[in-house]
Design a protein around this ligand. Sequence first.
Ligand code: NAP
Length: 479
Amino acid sequence: MTDTPTQLFIGGAWLDAVDGATMPVDDPATGEILCDIADAGPQDARLAEEAAVQAQQEWARTAPRARSEILRRAYEIILERTDELAHLMTAEMGKPLAEARGEVAYAAEFFRWFSEEAVRIDGGAGVLPDGRNRMLLSRRPVGPCLLITPWNFPLAMGTRKIGPAIAAGCTMILKPAPQTPLSSLALAAILKEAGLPDGVLNVVTTSRAGEVCEPLLRGGRIRKLSFTGSTAVGRLLLAQSAEAVVRTSMELGGNAPFIVFEDADLDKAVDGAMVAKMRNMGEACTAANRFFLHHSVAEEFGRRLAERMGALVVGPGTRDGVEVGPLIDRTGRGKVEALVADAVERGARVLVGGRTQEGPGCFYPPTVLTDVSPESRLMDTEIFGPVAAILTFDDEDEVIRRANDTPWGLVGYVFTEGLDRALRVSERLEVGMVGLNTGLVSNPAAPFGGVKQSGLGREGGRVGIDEFLEYQYLAVPVR
Ligand code: NAP
């Protein structure tokens, strides 16, 4: 912790907030304060904006190879420091060290991927239909960006945005979540060490997100917002972005269905459920929220899932052997408790878990509920905790209708051994991503994102960089 930066990163310098404000960062496993960091206000945001705007023109002219090599160096430094970064992430966010190490590798991969994409930004040329005019197409960085990230993947949500922005030649202000700012500050230090010019990345940590971000979005100098977080906040930021017609990418909430048909391989389904539900303690936008089981396999699946969930070791993420860390804070845990209580009141049976653990820290035990009523609040609320809620269905049309009966459409999981059914059901699900006989879809080389109120645009994959580029078309008459 001693070497971790705790100040704002603006124009390549580490600065206190102009008004000297600070805020604490705490450890969700103990409730203890880890350190105090700078708490930016609107004046600091203006400084960061100025730095990003000033750096934009020159950065846009940098050779793609130079941008690529900065990302590549940063990728290598991140991997060299896996252990250090994993400990930092576990301290501020709570996830077990093994998962934190996994996130470091996942986060670094976005830099490697976009270091490879930086040198493949294409353009085009063509003859227009009249046969006389020519067109030349080039691609330009969209301009200074505001990147806003949540707390659940403190490093990867940053690299998934910073990577393509650097590759495209954009400058940026990153505003990380106040619960997990340390990973972002460590990342800024790594990028500086990797040779990123001053002002290209600015990091503004704050407890006053609205006051800091709204003037940036309305001011007309920030040209792009890339946001990951809840649908409610995304909607508000879309409205704020409308005034200055800021281009937006939105990675919002989910309400993933996890569908197990009667012809599924139950070993695969239970393994998949453990990942889709328990990755990140259930605090993931991709987390399976509604388990739809064909009635013929529901009991067996519930029993096996409860056995696996009940055997998981819960405790502070730094302790050896721990598989489930604390939830992010008391508010997050309170929400999970209320959703479980509501489901039980409406008739759900608790197969395992369901009771808050005593003691310090925000722990909640892995929980399996069965006979869940479709009226339960957790059917249309992201649980964001280690709770699997099982419902049953009778036929394919019915389960597709119920799975789609939600405003969200990020991801769905389908378990069946029938190829026809696998393709048919996947195509009918209103989601941006489908895990077919698997509980994990996230991969830097694949386009991540949702439909409906789960978002706009995609991150990662070949298209991830497009979100940070604009076309310029040159009309050239040839006489
Ligand atoms: P959140 O409350 O929406 O916050 C996300 C970020 O937005 C935080 O940095 C937050 O800072 C900031 N924010 C909140 N109000 C703001 C405002 N008025 N102006 C500017 N920034 C503002 O979400 P969260 O609880 O951190 O994260 C969980 C949510 O993220 C879930 O819904 C999850 O599904 C979603 N998520 C989606 C993806 C995806 O790729 N689709 C990935 C991960 C997470 P403050 O906390 O200071 O308000």
